[in-house]
Design a protein around this ligand. Structure first.
Ligand SMILES: [Ca+2]
Ligand SMILES: [Ca+2]
Ligand SMILES: [Ca+2]
Ligand SMILES: [Ca+2]
Length: 427
């Protein structure tokens, strides 16, 4: 009897233990689930926050760190919008990235691609072949003939890239060239990125983050060929637009307009508006009033223009014919301005006429697409999410055109933040 009782008690006790363990696991799982939902919601909140910033008429400020994007509280979570600090591998930077501050892999000329940091001539030629519609081999490039002989064969795309990372399919591309040592994409030299072979990735342990070209390129930059009010621009090269052009000039400069019209009519087939400016002999201020309403192209969309107000030094150096001293002068000038210049005409103040005309077809002061590297954490620090999103605000309401989960790369910010949240503290 006693033995039976002991046996039953033991059975019951072990059942209780198993059951309570099960309860605990369930409770942990559900609270982890709650944390994960909080993090997901905070990430969604971040996107809504960015939408509202971009919908603001004065949104030109968003790309330049005028708004907080660091440890923003939303509901039961926090979000950050991380932006690589291109010249400092010890400092986190926060904010949106203007896609027009980067080189567009789908539209850039070969000579521009070649100037990208860590680019090779093999990869640049192969990108040209990858995106062009034909199967004609560029010297040093690759078409289907090459890709079909790989052990895992595929066709050459012969169409524009749809993501930047698609470039990894192109001959000559490696993870090393694209990401460099910054494999967790946070712009910071992390311990494992500076310990050679001790832990992945392999790096040169030189105390510097040797980055790839990821942060300098995009496939998303374009603008509509419209004036700031959303109307079609007047095409200076189009004979049918001469009446409109004359009207605009007359409104702007009065009776002097006939002289300027005569000057402009000396030529046709202007490559860009800076050429028009020099030939017209209008004053800087007068031309700056109308440049946003003019174009030299008939396309509705113009891809890949580089925003000279926000592009980094390395990207400016990719523009045709520019040398270090030219880029230094441009950066010095734009840094000294109290407000963003409204048109690219300002380069005529710092570059020779020849160089201004050489880059005139590739530059803008507009940004309509932004990327955001969103990190969101639950308020208890038990879950986080990371999404790289690209937002297009060129046409009507801003919308997400690309969304890539990056949580698998690990927590990219200071680990102290997570610890602080887990200890129940607020940020
Ligand atoms: Ca091709
Ligand atoms: Ca890193
Ligand atoms: Ca390493
Ligand atoms: Ca290094």
């Amino acid at each position: 009897m006693l033995i039976v009782t002991i046996w039953i008690v033991t059975m019951l006790a072990s059942l209780v233990i198993v059951f309570s363990h099960y309860i605990r696991v369930e409770a942990m799982a559900s609270s982890n689930h709650v944390s994960l939902v909080q993090a997901e919601n905070a990430a969604q909140g971040a996107i809504q926050y960015i939408f509202s910033k971009l919908s603001n008429p004065d949104s030109s400020a968003v790309a330049y760190g005028a708004n907080p994007y660091e440890a923003m509280q939303v509901g039961e979570g926090y979000f950050w919008v991380l932006r690589p600090h291109l010249s400092d591998d010890r400092t986190y930077d926060f904010g949106l990235c203007a896609e027009s501050g980067k080189v567009n892999l789908n539209s850039a000329a070969m000579e521009t691609l070649l100037k990208l940091p860590s680019m090779t001539s093999e990869l640049a030629s192969s990108i040209m072949d990858w995106r062009d519609q034909n199967e004609e081999l560029t010297a040093g490039g690759a078409e289907s003939e090459y890709y079909l002989l790989l052990s895992d064969p595929y066709q050459c795309k012969n169409a524009p890239l749809e993501t930047v990372e698609e470039v990894l399919l192109v001959k000559g591309a490696t993870q090393q060239i694209l990401y460099g040592e910054d494999t967790n994409r946070n712009g910071i030299l992390d311990a494992n990125e500076n310990d050679a072979e001790q832990s992945p990735p392999s790096d040169n342990a030189n105390g510097r983050l040797d980055a790839g070209f990821l942060n300098y390129v995009t496939i998303n930059s374009y603008e509509l060929n419209k004036d700031p009010d959303g109307n079609d621009r007047i095409n200076v090269n189009d004979g049918r637009s001469q009446g409109q052009l004359a009207d605009l000039l007359k409104q702007t400069v009065g009776d002097d307009y006939t002289r300027y019209m005569t000057n402009i009519r000396q030529r046709r087939n202007y490559r860009n508006l800076l050429e028009v400016y020099f030939v017209s002999q209008m004053t800087y201020d007068d031309f700056n009033k109308i440049i946003g309403r003019l174009t030299t192209r008939s396309q509705e969309r113009i891809a890949g223009l580089i925003n000279i107000n926000s592009a980094s030094e390395d990207v400016l150096l990719c523009l045709p014919e520019l040398e270090q001293s030219d880029v230094d002068a441009m950066i010095k000038y734009r840094t000294a301005q109290s407000a963003q210049e409204v048109s690219p005409l300002w380069v005529t103040k710092v570059l020779s006429r020849e160089k201004a005309e050489a880059i005139g077809s590739y530059i803008t002061t507009w940004s309509r697409q932004y990327s955001a590297d969103i990190i969101a954490a639950s308020s208890d620090g038990r879950a986080f999410r990371r999404y790289y999103v690209v937002i297009d605000a060129a046409e009507g309401t801003p919308r997400v055109i690309y969304r890539q989960p990056l949580h698998s790369l690990g927590w990219p910010l200071d680990p102290a933040i997570i610890e602080q949240l887990r200890e129940g503290k607020k940020l």
